[in-house]
Structures are given as structure tokens and as C-alpha cells.
Design a protein around this ligand. Structure first.
Ligand SMILES: Nc1nc2c(ncn2[C@@H]2O[C@H](COP(=O)(O)OP(=O)(O)OP(=O)(O)O)[C@@H](O)[C@H]2O)c(=O)[nH]1
Ligand SMILES: [Mg+2]
Length: 319
């Protein structure tokens, strides 16, 4: 039996992970429950979102694991605000609903697997309208509504969809490794434009200096921004540099004072609405195409009795 989103949200707020997981499943699956869940979630404040992206195997999950600890123990330096719970969404646009990567992520974050302050969830879509680029922002809202003040989103890969998802965060972290190829790829994929922080992870390997130099050079050539992306070197496996990474995230969070954060979020909200409106229009068109009036217009076209523009007008007027 499917449960009502409103009821589940109350339980999720009270700490029920099962209720929260069910709500996120609604978001993934689309349909009426998704709609109701989104309506409830958007009435609540959004969490602060840190997005991590980068090539497969760059060390995103290992880093996230470390950052969870920092967020729980250190929180916001200075104001001494710690986060009482943290959520992590792992998104792999290229993998099917239950891919191996999902299990891998769970295993790599096993330090926190039994910590009830930590909620780890993999996300995929079952092919509903708009896909992951719509499901992820909704899922983040659900986390906010379930009173998570802070969330990480890990996206695998550096394609357009991955960049889109990762950049829909308040702070975007791009994870690279030593070796000039990675920084070049980051540039090509448009990551330079969206990164607030670059991490050169696996700094225990050779080529760190060169990668840093490449990144600095590309930043010099790029569009001047008020916030110049910070480059942090880390060795996630031995927890080196991860404190500095958390400091950089925190510094960016402070840089985005209320006004900047609000305007960046407004811009993203516009992009989100654009996507939803297009998705709704597309689905209306698909619906229309199934109706007999559509066939009638095709008949008329074939017989030379109308033209496509008039046919479209007639169809849209009648719908
Ligand atoms: N030498 C070295 N290995 C690392 C470091 N960080 C991560 N690794 C290893 O790199 C491999 C991939 O790490 P993950 O954290 O799973 O990387 P990921 O980016 O989350 O991978 P996907 O989610 O599959 O894209 C693992 O075997 C890690 O142990 C590091 O700083 N140095
Ligand atoms: Mg991973």
C-alpha cells in the first residue's frame, strides 16, 4: 500500500529514515506522489548543498566520507555551528537503476554506514519526465524538508548532465587527479565555469605541481569572477588536505552572503522552472499525438488541404 507523502514527511522529520527513503523513491518514480511530495518539500527551506563531480575513480566518495566527518564534528568554523545530521546523494546518470557503482559508494562510505546522523542514498530515475536533472533538485528539497541543513551530491562523470547536476549546488567541487589530462578534460567539459573549488586528489602521486599550474593557467584565461576558484590538494585515503578542503567549502559558503546566495538560487530556480515547463509542454504534445484529431490533421496535410502551421494552430486551439 502506498503511503501519503504528508504523513511520511512528518515521520521523516521525526527521524524516520524509512519514511525519508520512501519519499525519495516517490521523487525518482514520478507520478502523482512525486507531485505531492514536491509541493510539500518546496514549502520548506532548502539545505545548503555541496556538489562534487569528477572523473570516475577520482576519489569523490573517499573525499565525501572525510567531509561528512568534518561537517559533523567541525561544522562551520568560527561560528561554531555544527551540523547535527548530513545527507549524501550519489547520482550516476550513466548507470541503470541498480548499478554496481551504487554498492561501491555505500562500501566506500562505510565509516558512516551505521551512523544515524548520516543518510546516504543513491539516485537513479525510472525514466520519468525530465529525468535526473529534475529529480535531484526535488530530492534535495525533500532532504531540506526532512530538516537536513546540509547535503552533499556526488555525481559520477564529467558529461553535460553531470555538470548540470553538480552545478545545481551552492558550492561546486570538481575533483581531479595529478596528470595534465584531467585538467584539460575539466576545461573541455565546462567544469572550469562551474567549479568553486578544484581538488587535486591523490596528491600522493606525481604530477601535482603540473596539474596545479595547468589549472591556475586555465583560471587566468577564463572569465574573471568575483570568487576565484580555490585549488586544494588532498590525499583522501590518508585524510591529508581534507580539513583544508572543508575550510575552502566553508570560505565559499561565507563568501556567498545572503544576497549572493539568494540571487544564485533564484537563477537556478529559473533554470529549474524552464525545465519543468518544457517537460510539461513536451508531454502535452505527446498526448496530443495520440488523439484522433491529430490523425485527422495528418490526413488533411497528406491531401494538401492544410499546412503544418495551420494544423498546429488548430490542434493547440482545440486542446
Ligand atoms: N593513491 C590514492 N588513492 C586514492 C585516493 N583517494 C581515493 N583513492 C582510491 O581511488 C579509488 C577510487 O576512489 P573513490 O572514492 O571510490 O572514487 P570516486 O570518484 O567516488 O569513484 P566513482 O564513484 O566510481 O566515480 C579507490 O580505490 C580509492 O581508495 C588518494 O588520495 N590517493
Ligand atoms: Mg563514488
Amino acid at each position: 500500500m502506498s503511503r501519503e507523502p504528508a504523513e511520511l514527511l512528518v515521520e521523516a522529520r521525526d527521524g524516520s529514515r524509512a519514511a525519508l527513503a520512501r519519499l525519495l523513491t516517490y521523487v525518482e518514480s514520478g507520478g502523482e506522489h512525486h507531485r505531492v511530495t514536491a509541493a510539500l518539500a518546496y514549502a520548506a527551506p532548502a539545505p545548503y548543498v555541496v556538489g562534487l563531480t569528477g572523473s570516475p575513480g577520482a576519489g569523490k566518495s573517499t573525499l565525501t566520507d572525510r567531509l561528512i566527518t568534518s561537517a559533523l564534528t567541525r561544522g562551520q568554523v568560527g561560528d561554531a555551528e555544527t551540523f547535527d545530521q548530513v545527507a549524501i546523494l550519489c547520482v550516476d546518470p550513466s548507470s541503470p537503476f541498480t548499478g554496481g557503482a551504487i554498492l561501491g559508494d555505500r562500501i566506500r562510505m562505510q565509516d558512516h554506514a551505521t551512523d544515524n546522523r548520516v543518510f546516504i542514498r543513491s539516485m537513479a530515475t525510472r525514466g520519468h519526465l525530465g529525468g535526473l536533472s529534475l529529480a535531484v533538485p526535488d530530492a534535495l528539497r525533500v532532504l531540506g524538508a526532512a530538516s537536513f541543513p546540509f547535503a552533499f551530491v556526488e555525481t559520477v562523470g564529467v558529461g553535460q548532465m553531470e555538470v548540470e547536476i553538480a552545478s545545481a549546488a551552492d558550492t561546486t567541487v570538481v575533483v581531479t587527479n595529478p596528470g595534465w589530462g584531467d585538467s584539460m578534460q575539466a576545461n573541455k567539459a565546462g567544469l572550469l565555469e562551474v567549479a568553486d573549488i578544484f581538488v587535486i586528489n591523490k596528491a600522493d602521486r606525481p604530477g601535482v605541481k603540473e596539474t596545479r599550474r595547468d589549472l591556475e593557467q586555465m583560471l587566468d584565461l577564463g572569465r574573471a569572477r568575483e570568487w576565484r576558484p580555490v585549488i586544494v590538494e588532498t590525499t583522501a585515503t590518508s585524510d591529508e588536505g581534507t580539513d583544508a578542503l572543508f575550510d575552502a567549502i566553508d570560505a565559499h559558503r561565507r563568501f556567498l552572503d545572503k544576497d549572493l546566495l539568494a540571487s544564485a538560487r533564484r537563477q537556478r530556480t529559473r533554470a529549474e522552472l524552464d525545465k519543468v515547463v518544457s517537460a510539461v509542454v513536451r508531454s502535452r504534445v505527446a498526448q496530443l499525438a495520440h488523439e484522433s484529431a491529430y490523425e485527422a490533421q495528418i490526413d488533411a496535410l497528406v491531401e494538401g488541404l492544410t499546412d503544418p502551421y495551420r494544423a498546429a494552430e488548430v490542434l493547440l486551439d482545440e486542446s
